[in-house]
Design a binder for this molecule. Structure first.
Ligand SMILES: Cc1cc2nc3c(=O)[nH]c(=O)nc-3n(C[C@H](O)[C@H](O)[C@H](O)COP(=O)(O)OP(=O)(O)OC[C@H]3O[C@@H](n4cnc5c(N)ncnc54)[C@H](O)[C@@H]3O)c2cc1C
Length: 555
């Protein structure tokens, strides 16, 4: 098999030769390093490689090209090799705000930048290459699969399994049961006629029509909650809950984290979080999640599978109840975030998981190759999903109720969307219906001003129309605003007075709810910022306040 290619382009012969040398000595066994001394020469080579169906992994262009601006060259390289990661090689120390790299990254013309000189190699070149190659590898069909799923490709069950595996960052292959490979796998494992889908693990384990819990247990998440006692119970393992878990466990508190899904929350579904501090090229939600889960686990936090369904008091202790048991804790951090608002179109609700998805763009993107897909929503998450899907789908149409995106989306995303040729925005439009036999086939769109309706072919619909807090399980003693978000700290005061029923002399602490010792962090909180970094910050802060509460309790 032909090795994937690194294409290097620079007009500076010494620089080109040095980069080729440094990359070849480390990567030659797996990759072929090709060089071009000008953009024109490199584009000719890239066109030949595209014709020969050769796989190009990385295109690295020196910012000083004589014939074409390097950023434009990289944009053209994308049209020939859409899967290749594009990297601008820049001189160290040029952080001028108008540098072409700034806009190019914002509008998706390039993926990364790196600096010359790149020495010492182990710090200046190879870690960056590992990052680029990992991202490239993730965007293609995995060369290795820890799990194989066989079942009707469009069934909600198979979608759920794919979503779980994608969120766990586990490489998998999925085969329709009517495909040749699907039939062969079923035959070889003596599974013809069994309920589908089936999951075949590399270690030989076979799960027939597994429940969500079965799969999560196989991925290593403990299932039963049982009855347990701890210092702090953290409800929800999104960024806020995971940060709380890391800080609580690392500071010696006995910590139980309760979560009914793969950890990660909304952030876990994001293909690229670009504004998280310290990751200039962004990081994926599953990467962030798995790092945080490992960190919390290494500090001693205990993860349990289950959804909290009520919160009661037993003397000074708080008791969190879930289907599989209960946890008794001296303090509780509620970090249950928000859930997608439903579309409320019955025909489309019937197709959820079969072409209609709430979030889930990261898990389904690869399956959208050459399809026409729709995204409803005008927030940052909808914008990110559209950009991610545009790398695979033939076309992405954003259906927006308002006049445009500017009022609700970060401007860097609005700019990137406007520069992405295969994304179209349909303002003042809503989805009023849809149809499909086994999975979504058509959508009905209605123009909100003219009232005109239109039926369009659609392979998939990704719904991202805002969020509701997950607080319906809480008792009335936990005060919430009209939309259900939890009030904390000063937001509990009425005309400077302590909240009614507050039993202590001290006022509620910054993130404390109307029940002493119960805290809220992240998106679930009234007036929260709705960002990964702020959820993480609140999770960490909540633990400081837990300490303060526990100290005061002992005094
Ligand atoms: C697709 C997408 C892309 C995004 N991109 C960005 C970005 O680039 N930058 C950025 O800053 N922000 C981004 N956001 C927003 C960001 O992800 C959220 O602000 C952040 O995840 C909030 O974290 P959280 O922990 O408060 O809540 P959540 O992430 O909502 O997590 C809550 C967790 O609680 C669990 N839970 C719910 N109910 C219960 C219960 N009863 N018992 C136990 N557990 C429960 C849920 O399953 C979930 O895992 C994005 C959001 C989405 C959806």
């Amino acid at each position: 098999m032909q090795r994937p290619i690194f294409m290097l382009v620079s007009g500076d012969a010494r620089r080109l030769d040095a980069l080729r040398h440094d990359l070849s000595r480390r990567y030659e066994a797996d990759y072929q390093v090709c060089v071009g001394s000008s953009a024109a020469a490199a584009l000719t080579m890239l066109a030949v490689l595209a014709g020969a169906r050769a796989e190009v992994a990385l295109v690295i262009a020196d910012e000083h090209l004589a014939d074409v601006p390097a950023v434009d060259f990289l944009a053209r390289a994308r049209s020939l090799h859409p899967g290749a990661k594009r990297i601008l090689l820049m001189d160290h120390g040029d952080w001028s705000p108008g540098h072409p790299a700034v806009l190019a990254i914002a509008v998706g013309k390039i993926d990364y930048h790196m600096y010359a000189p790149w020495y010492p190699l182990e710090r200046g070149l190879y870690p960056a290459m590992t990052e680029f190659l990992a991202a490239w590898d993730k965007s293609r069909e995995p060369s290795f699969a820890a799990f194989r799923i066989v079942g009707p490709a469009n069934s909600p069950r198979a979608h759920r399994l794919r979503d779980d595996l994608a969120r766990a960052g586990v490489p998998y292959w999925s085969f329709d049961d009517s495909s040749e490979e699907g039939r062969r796998l079923l035959r070889e494992h003596d599974l013809e006629g069994t309920p589908l889908p089936v999951v075949l693990a590399r270690d030989g384990t076979v799960l027939v029509d597994p429940s969500h819990e079965d799969l999560l247990a196989m991925l290593g998440l403990p299932s039963a909650l049982g009855t347990r006692a701890c210092d702090v119970a953290i409800i929800g393992a999104g960024p806020a809950g995971l940060a709380a878990a890391v800080y609580a466990a690392s500071e010696g508190l006995g910590t139980v984290v309760l979560e009914p899904e793969m950890p990660g929350g909304q952030a876990g579904t994001s293909s690229l979080i670009r504004n998280y501090l310290g990751f200039p090229h962004g990081l994926s939600g599953d990467d962030l999640t798995m790092r945080a889960v490992n960190q919390a686990w290494l500090f001693g936090a205990s993860f349990r599978l289950g959804a909290a369904d009520s919160l009661t008091a037993d003397g000074a202790a708080h008791v969190v109840h879930a289907a599989g048991g209960q946890v008794e804790a001296r303090a509780v951090v509620i970090a249950t975030g928000v859930t997608w608002r439903r579309l409320g179109v019955p025909e489309l609700e019937a197709l959820v998981g079969a072409g209609v998805f709430y979030g889930a763009a990261a898990a389904e993107a690869r399956a959208m190759a050459r399809q026409d897909v729709y995204v409803i929503g005008a927030g940052n998450s909808a914008g990110q999903a559209a950009i991610h899907l545009s790398k695979y789908a033939a076309s992405v149409t954003m259906v927006v109720r308002g006049p445009g995106l500017a009022a609700s989306m970060s401007s860097y995303l609005v700019t990137e969307i406007s520069k992405t040729a295969n994304i179209r925005v349909r303002p003042s439009t809503e989805v009023t219906g849809g149809d499909g036999q086994c999975s979504l086939e058509t959508l009905t769109l209605r123009h909100r001003i003219s009232g005109a309706t239109e039926t369009v072919p659609a392979a998939a619909l990704f719904v991202m129309i805002g969020a509701e807090p997950r607080t319906s399980w809480l008792p009335g003693t936990i005060e919430r605003d009209d939309e259900g978000f939890i009030r904390t700290g000063r937001d509990l005061h009425r005309a400077g007075e302590l909240p009614a029923g507050w039993p202590l002399k001290r006022p509620p602490l910054l993130l404390e709810t109307s029940v002493p010792g119960v805290f809220a962090a992240g998106d679930v909180r009234h007036r929260s910022v709705k960002r990964v970094a702020s959820a993480v910050g609140e999770g960490a802060t909540a633990i400081q306040l837990v300490h303060e509460h526990l100290r005061a309790e002992q005094d």
